[in-house]
Design a protein around this ligand. Structure first.
Ligand code: ATP
Length: 364
């Protein structure tokens, strides 16, 4: 069992609180991704788990063992960090086998593990070369191979694919996911690439300003963001946000209006709007979740097409609805041209209602 439990961990550098009272549990054999913009504290949190930086307060345990004050070597984990510290003048074979040798494994077992890891990372032909004269992407794969060869129960990785070209990166992310599942490692993986996060993680923890905003399965983080930041950080294009006015009738029923157009009404909306005690809400909706028509239909909003971007499998439209600029995806054959008038319908079940004061999703 290698569950990682992080309890109220805080880490500051001078005045800058890099990790702010974070608590989370990475389940045994789970692949957890830490995702967030540059500077949000992902690397600092990972380094704290690794023991490369000590938490100012809080507690970290791995497999039930309190490791808060243990040096990295005693935490029984393997890691790949951005500055993948491989030895430039040692052969790739010796680099990959280094950790195993330190653990006193016998020569034959080391050779087997090294060959296996090299094959998985497609670097067999590099085994006798030295990293000093290899590309960044090749060196990065050596670092990943070294981490995998250890077959540790806990693997920590910080942007391990960042130096690979796009195609290799695509291939490696699936390979790595499979490998780590095969090894049965509990993995914490840092990235700022949301596609990588969604595609690899069993769960994704989205961070901002040292705090975890949401931790959930990828489809939940995408479909049901906890707040406006998560909706805007995840997804390409990001979630659309539209200001709506809430019209509460004397009988307690509510209607949501964008401009003078009613987009949704109903009892459930009324309850939540009353709870939020505001007549203004922000509606969040994904580009693929609006219904677009050329003809007007009941409850549709008028929109003017600004830009049409054909992306192969879909067309991405930029449209203006009142003052709001929205991204709308359509079938590639949908007829849309700049300056054209279209109609958008908002299926109520696809809408996320955000309180502008707290930016939290309060309903939907
Ligand atoms: P990136 O993706 O750019 O690496 P990150 O999310 O991993 O970003 P961290 O590297 O954890 O972010 O940094 C979080 C904050 O702490 C940043 O404001 C950073 O400037 C600061 N910080 C990190 N390490 C140090 C350090 N050794 N000394 C001073 N400040 C630091």
């Amino acid at each position: 069992m290698a569950e990682i439990r992080i309890e109220s961990v805080t880490k500051a550098f001078g005045d800058k609180v890099a990790v702010d009272d974070v608590s989370l549990t990475v389940h045994d054999r789970e692949f957890l991704v830490l995702l967030g913009p540059s500077g949000c504290g992902k690397t600092t949190l990972l380094r704290t788990i690794a023991g490369l930086g000590m938490a100012d307060s809080g507690r970290i345990s791995i497999g039930g063992r309190d490791v808060t004050y243990l040096p990295p070597g005693e935490r029984q984990l393997s890691m790949v960090f951005q500055s993948y510290a491989i030895f430039p003048h040692m052969t790739v074979r010796d680099n990959i086998g280094f950790g195993l040798k330190m653990h006193g494994e016998d020569e034959a077992a080391i050779a087997r593990s090294v060959d296996e890891a090299a094959e998985l990372l497609h670097i067999e032909e590099l085994l006798e070369r030295r990293p000093a004269d290899m590309s960044g992407g090749q060196r990065q794969r050596v670092a990943v191979a070294r981490a995998l060869a250890m077959k540790a129960e806990v693997v920590l990785m910080d942007e391990p694919l960042s130096n690979l070209d796009a195609l290799l990166r695509l291939e490696m992310r699936a390979e790595l996911k499979r490998l780590l599942a095969d090894i049965g490692a509990t993995t914490v993986y840092v990235t700022h690439d949301q596609i990588e996060a969604l595609s690899m993680g069993d769960r994704v923890a989205v961070m901002r300003d040292g705090k975890v905003q949401q931790i959930d399965e990828p489809n939940v983080v995408y479909d049901s963001p906890a707040n406006r930041f998560v909706g805007s950080f995840i997804g390409n294009p990001p979630m659309n946000f539209i200001d709506a006015t809430i019209d509460l009738a004397a009988d307690g029923s509510a209607r949501a209006l964008v401009g003078e157009h009613e987009i949704v009404a109903g009892a459930a909306l009324s309850d939540h709007v009353t709870a939020a005690a505001t007549d203004r809400l922000v509606v969040g909706v994904r580009a693929e979740n609006m219904h677009v028509t050329v003809e007007h239909s009941e409850g549709a909003l008028p929109a003017t097409v600004q830009v049409v971007e054909p992306l192969g499998s879909q067309n991405l439209l930029t449209v203006l609805v009142g003052d709001s600029r929205l991204k709308v995806s359509t079938h590639p054959t949908f007829p849309a041209k700049p300056d054209q008038e279209l109609w958008l319908r908002f299926p109520p079940e696809q809408l996320r209602w955000i309180d502008p004061a707290t930016e939290r999703v309060i309903y939907g």
